[in-house]
Design a protein around this ligand. Structure first.
Ligand SMILES: O=C(CO)[C@H](O)[C@H](O)COP(=O)(O)O
Length: 223
């Protein structure tokens, strides 16, 4: 219920004529359902998805999907997160879609983050940080990632490495408390073989959080 409430409140940011980025996961699911209802009631929008799963859900909800390569700018993107720190850094990628999620969020004028309020934390780090890596020599990349001060696990799916929509692997990295997300991201991103990290820093326009009873809007700019 908390995820649904946050998602439905976020969809109120969407207006006629907008180009919308659609996130991935169980919270984004509710945003897609609500947006689909509004489209069927006459709202005119176009959307890009952050995963093949999301594109299929959007199409089933009758939301017009366009190819991201044909879009220069999005008005809003709505997506979930695994953790949101007090300074509005996010961990994302629990669903394995972090690369497309970051591309889509980075192209949006307003990136709206939707969470149940158990995901609001002081510091990131309880949720293992997903890092997308190329399959080639992933074992070497894993060692180099661990030199940043974490223990990492190759994400698996039914006894095989989990493969992202971009044909990469994911290392789930336990850093403990991440007090300086920017330096962790910078270090990891500079490693050959690392495609993207699940750290989203200074990207959120607003975090819409719910406890299942009420919805609160947290704006980074509010200080
Ligand atoms: O980053 C994500 C997928 O890659 C999701 O937004 C994140 O994992 C949150 O998922 P959920 O809304 O199911 O809790």
């Amino acid at each position: 219920m908390a995820k649904k409430m946050a998602a439905e409140r976020a969809v109120e940011f969407v207006e006629d004529g907008m180009m919308v980025g659609l996130g991935t996961g169980s919270t984004a699911y509710w945003a897609i359902q609500r947006l689909g209802e509004r489209v069927r009631e006459g709202l005119k929008i176009q959307a890009v998805g952050t995963s093949e799963r999301t594109e299929a859900l959007a199409q089933a909800a009758q939301i017009p999907i366009v190819d991201f390569s044909r879009v220069a700018q999005l008005d809003v993107a709505i997506d979930g997160a695994d953790e949101v720190s007090r300074d509005f850094a996010l961990t994302k990628g629990g669903g394995g879609a972090l690369l497309r999620e970051k591309l889509v969020a980075s192209a949006a004028s307003r990136f709206i983050v939707i969470v149940d309020d158990t995901k609001l934390v002081r510091y990131l780090g309880k949720f293992p940080l997903p890092v997308e890596v190329v399959p080639f020599a992933w074992q070497l990349t894993k060692k180099r990632v661990e030199a940043a001060g974490c223990r990492s696990t190759l994400r698996m799916h039914e006894d095989q490495p989990f493969v992202t929509d971009n044909h990469n692997y994911i290392l789930d990295c336990d850093f403990g408390e991440i007090s300086d997300p920017a330096s962790v991201h910078g270090y990891l991103k500079a490693l050959p073989g690392v495609v993207e990290t699940g750290l989203f820093i200074n990207m959120a326009y607003v975090v819409v959080a719910s406890d299942g009873q009420q919805v609160a809007l947290h704006y980074p700019d509010a200080g």
